[in-house]
Design a protein around this ligand. Structure first.
Ligand code: BTN
Length: 337
């Protein structure tokens, strides 16, 4: 077995046996259960070396007097080994790129998608230097501060069916954050996450077309996790999980794995049944509901009214003053709320 594969499997075993010391015999047994492995080719020196390599990468592994090992602490770093050993998905992230520094994961994903990267490819970066936001904006993505990730999807649907996919991503992030931290973010139509009235996360979905046909989708998401201080221009409008929890830092790779789990489950259902079955879970998290808002439409026109919720296609229902009926907005930029 290649050294990397050995270290990865050892890490997976240690991660699924937290708070328990495993000796050499137990570890080797787990190895042979997890994958067909010839025990004669792996020795206790290999085990010692792999433990040492993991320690050098920031894993705190404690050894007891009886020769047992346990994983005490994980490094909070975005790297290939850490992500690969944490993902529980069967499809998302099976092809994985982890970057220390990148311009934009969405831009890199677009380039990879054009050259044939497989469905479900995941790109994650520790830091983005040119992080992109919606409507041509930038996205603040400092090193260690968050989850900056993009997925390449090839859903085989019509472009018109794509509209609510970003909202599904927003819902998946909400559900994972709730489970992971106990915090309860809300969804600001169409796909922002808000917490305590400030922006916590955003989704940027970009489609690659060939004529009228959808070739691929790049689904990018940025989540402010451990940012303790924002630059002045963002400090009134943005927040992070660590600021809201006012506690120690949050382990990002665990949260990423939970998001991808939720998203994978939701994505398969979305492809077969559409968006409607997700609507109740979106509605209870609707940040704009009953707020007076202004929305800029694709052509530049601005409409104002009271948000009356989201429909089964992910569109916003806007009650305008002029016509006392509901307008259905499939797209738009909420510029005031
Ligand atoms: C928004 O404006 O709300 C969307 C922000 C999306 C940011 C993410 S971070 C990872 C991915 N790469 C980018 O350049 N942008 C998205």
């Amino acid at each position: 077995m290649f050294a990397y594969e050995f270290e990865k499997r050892l890490l997976v075993i240690l991660k699924s046996n937290r708070h328990r010391y495993l000796d050499e015999e137990m570890l080797m047994r787990e190895f042979s259960l997890s994958e067909a492995m010839d025990p004669s080719t792996e020795s206790s020196q290999d085990l010692d070396r792999a433990i040492e390599v993991l320690r050098l990468q920031g894993y705190e592994i404690d050894g007891d007097q009886t020769g047992g090992w346990t994983l005490v602490n994980l490094p909070d770093t975005i790297n290939y080994l850490e992500i690969e050993s944490s993902l529980k998905t069967t499809f998302l992230g099976k092809c994985l790129f982890a970057y220390r520094i990148i311009g934009s994961t969405n831009e890199a994903a677009r380039q990879l998608a054009e050259t044939g990267a497989p469905d479900g490819t995941l790109l994650v970066a520790e830091e983005q230097r040119k992080g992109r936001g919606r409507f041509g904006g930038s996205w603040y993505s400092p090193s260690g501060g968050g989850i900056w990730a993009s997925l390449i999807l090839r859903p085989g649907i019509r472009p018109a069916q794509l509209g609510s996919l970003p909202m599904l991503a927003a819902l998946s992030i909400c559900l994972a954050v709730e489970e992971h931290t106990g915090l309860k973010p809300q969804i600001k139509w169409p796909n922002d996450l808000y917490l305590n009235g400030k922006k916590l996360a955003g989704v940027l979905c970009e489609a690659g077309m060939r004529g009228d046909e959808l070739k691929y989708v790049v689904l990018g998401f940025g989540i402010n996790v451990n940012i303790e201080r924002f630059p002045p221009e963002l400090s009134f409008s943005a927040t992070s999980l660590v600021l809201a929890r006012a506690e120690r830092k949050i382990y990002r790779v665990g949260l990423l794995a939970a998001i991808l789990d939720k998203l994978e489950e939701g994505y398969f259902k979305f492809l077969t049944d559409g968006f409607a079955s997700f609507l109740p879970r979106v509605q209870v998290r609707d940040f704009l509901r009953n707020r007076r808002i202004k929305v800029q439409l694709a052509g530049g026109e601005i409409v104002d009214g009271v948000s009356r919720g989201i429909d089964e296609n992910g569109a916003l229902l806007l009650e305008t003053r002029a016509e006392s009926h509901l307008n259905t907005l499939a797209q738009g930029h909420v510029i005031q709320f």
